[in-house]
Design a protein around this ligand. Structure first.
Ligand code: AMP
Length: 655
């Protein structure tokens, strides 16, 4: 491999490293399989670094003066600028050389002053080693991300940190730009799809970054012609199609607004209830407070995927408190914080001179964007569904790796997303795949199909999204699954579930399912091309040709089996009702045909490949034909019933 360039998200709380190869960008993990490296460094009594990352974070309480976290907040700032941070960090922030902010660590030979760059360098160094371990070669170049609002001094400090870590920062790019690149924004233009979008029309992107402690929103403009020179612009694409430019139109944010506030809101609720029960004077021991914080965060995270969660807290002396927290309740607690994020968004829009409708895409970054209410609020403001397909904690590092690959001149062959490289479908009963979007469809593309339930009274349907050319689930690539819940109970086959697949011009797939009667809806977003190489697409195609005949046969047998089961079910039920009205010979004939069909079903269960599909089909058809008299008897019977029911209210006939 040529000399690699890695992508690094150097975060305030956590940092990540990613690379991009033929299979696209991916996050690299350390020896313990961890992707996130806490941006925390602990120094020992001689001022030397002892630990970096998780171990350092865990010992922060024990060594408050020697454990440095959030160093990014100090990078390239003057000590005077940081007055507001004083007292909020347990370690000592002092004025270093030329008045820049630095950290004073106590050592055996007296205090030692360390720059935030040195701290960041230890984090970068660790990430470099993670990458080297994966790549089996030395890594000396990186694309590093910074917040869009970083000024020149802060960017220079980041470069310096890289240099200390033995890395050349080949480019410093804005975090929101990186997030956009991870979603392939700009690809349609790069692939020369002038038919998709008016190439001269800039695309506006809002990047909504809601983390643990901070909130940022950036409004970007992706334009074709370079208008660089002002603000912080990221020229993202080099090579023959240069001139793609991400420009920051505005940023807004709140350095003291994040998921931690939501945890605290839950804690306050619980403490209030504890006090109401046990008296306002209760003092929570530190251990209980710590436990409470963990509980609160766990509950918050659980409520992103569940409707309710149980909270239990014990404060000693047999005093404990237990309650269920519902998602609705949590959303009420979270509402004021979410509203504050929206206020920032409106401010950023005003600063950019744009209305919310002018935003073409919204990209979600940061763990707190997993909260459904946050997604709904953002969608409500911008009137467009935000991109959530990628892990919001990883999206910045992934984008940095994409930028690194572009700089390195690596091309992702023809997977540059102007067509859907492999068909996309949905699992149907019996393990077959119904393809909705065929391979090589030009993007953007959209397909819908109606599905229903297969069991009476079924209230949940799992939608499993697959990719590939084969007919069975086990031979396709799973892209993701989700549940459509809360369907009103109805007989099998009655609910109308419309499944829509939408691949937009950036190659992001959204699958949504709506049950018509109740309006219940659920959806999932994925990036189908992730982890897929051109070679793999070819292999999958070859395999599908090799197995085409068997696959079609098995798919047909599976469908016959499902439909035969449904037929047998209703025929058996109808037979029970009208048995007395049928000729014994007819009855015997129908029952023998039912037996024959059951035989085919059993054979299909054992081995679908060797079943004679034509004979199976003929058996099903012949039963359907033979059971017409059951229909008729059944209709006669129901008419009778309804006439009987109606008769008391009918006017007397004039006989
Ligand atoms: P970040 O700073 O981007 O790593 O975001 C961390 C924040 O995201 C913390 O406050 C987490 O509690 C929060 N978070 C992570 N996952 C979830 C989730 N599934 N639901 C709600 N909040 C989450």
């Amino acid at each position: 491999m040529p000399e690699p360039i890695v992508g690094i998200d150097l975060g305030t709380t956590n940092s990540l490293v990613a690379i991009c190869d033929a299979a696209g960008p991916r996050i690299l993990t350390d020896e313990d399989g961890e992707a996130l490296l806490p941006s925390v460094v602990r120094f020992d009594e001689r001022g030397a670094v002892t630990v970096v990352g998780r171990a350092a974070r865990e010992s922060a309480v024990e060594f408050p003066l020697a454990t440095v976290y959030s160093a990014k907040r100090l990078m390239g700032r003057s000590a005077a600028e940081l007055e507001s941070l004083r007292g909020r960090l347990p370690y000592r922030v002092v004025a270093g050389p030329r008045g820049v902010a630095a950290i004073e660590i106590p050592t055996v030979v007296g205090p030692r002053v360390i720059t935030p760059q040195e701290v960041a360098a230890h984090v970068l160094e660790r990430l470099r080693r993670v990458a080297e371990r994966h790549l089996g070669q030395s890594v000396q170049r990186a694309v590093i991300t910074v917040p869009a609002y970083f000024d020149d001094a802060q960017r220079q400090a980041t470069r310096d940190a890289a240099r200390i870590a033995g890395l050349e920062a080949v480019r410093i790019i804005n975090e929101p730009t990186a997030a956009s690149l991870a979603y392939g924004l700009g690809h349609a233009r790069r692939a020369g799809r002038a038919d998709l979008a008016d190439a001269s029309k800039p695309e506006r992107i809002a990047v909504f970054d809601f983390g643990g402690g901070t909130f940022d929103v950036s409004i970007l403009e992706l334009s074709r012609e370079s208008t660089a020179g002002q603000g912080s612009a990221d020229a993202s694409l080099s090579g023959e199609r240069s001139g793609e430019l991400f420009q920051v139109l505005s940023t807004a944010g709140d350095t003291a607004l994040g998921g931690d506030d939501l945890d605290r809101a839950i804690i306050d609720l619980l403490v209030g209830e504890l006090q109401a029960r046990f008296g306002t004077s209760i003092e929570l021991p530190p251990a209980a407070r710590q436990a409470l914080r963990r509980f609160a965060e766990g509950a918050k995270v659980a409520l992103s995927s569940q409707e309710s969660t149980r909270l239990a807290i014990s404060i000693g002396e047999g005093r404990s408190h237990e309650r269920v927290l519902t998602r609705d309740e949590f959303e009420r607690l979270a509402a004021p914080y979410i509203e504050r994020t929206l206020r920032c968004c409106r401010r950023a829009l005003t600063d950019a001179g744009l209305s919310p409708e002018a935003i073409d895409r919204v990209v979600m970054v940061g763990g707190s964007t997993r909260i459904p209410a946050v997604r709904t609020a953002v969608e409500g403001l911008f009137g467009t569904r935000p991109y959530t397909a990628l892990d919001p904690d990883q999206v910045v590092a992934l984008g940095a790796a994409v930028q690194a690959a572009i700089i390195a001149g690596q091309r992702r062959d023809l997977l540059l997303l102007d067509v859907v490289p492999l068909s996309i479908g949905i699992e149907t009963v019996g393990g077959a795949v119904a393809k909705l979007v065929m391979k090589n469809s030009t993007i953007p593309t959209r397909a819908t199909e109606m599905f229903s339930t297969s069991v009476d009274g079924q209230v949940n349907v799992r939608i499993h999204v697959l990719q590939g050319e084969r007919e069975l689930v086990q031979h396709c690539r799973s892209l993701g699954q989700f549940d459509l819940q809360g369907i009103p109970p109805m007989p099998a086959g009655i609910p109308q579930i419309e499944v829509e697949l939408l691949v937009d011009q950036n190659g992001v797939l959204e699958v949504s399912a709506v049950e018509r009667r109740s309006g219940k809806r659920a959806s999932i977003q994925v990036v189908p091309s992730y982890g897929l190489t051109a070679e793999e697409v070819e292999r999958i195609e070859r395999e599908s040709f090799a197995h085409a005949r068997t696959d079609m046969h098995v798919h047909r047998v599976i469908d016959l089996r499902v439909n035969s089961n449904l037929d047998l079910m209703w025929i058996a039920a109808a037979l029970e009702r009208v048995r007395g009205e049928l000729e014994p010979t007819l009855l015997a004939d129908i029952e023998s045909r039912m037996g024959a069909l059951r035989g085919f079903i059993a054979a299909a269960d054992r081995d679908a490949v060797s079943v004679d599909a034509d004979a199976f089909y003929a058996a099903k058809e012949s039963l359907d034909r033979a059971s017409v008299p059951i229909h008729e008897a059944s209709i006669r019977q129901s008419l009778q019933v309804s006439t009987d029911m109606r008769s008391p209210h009918q006017p007397q006939s004039e006989a």
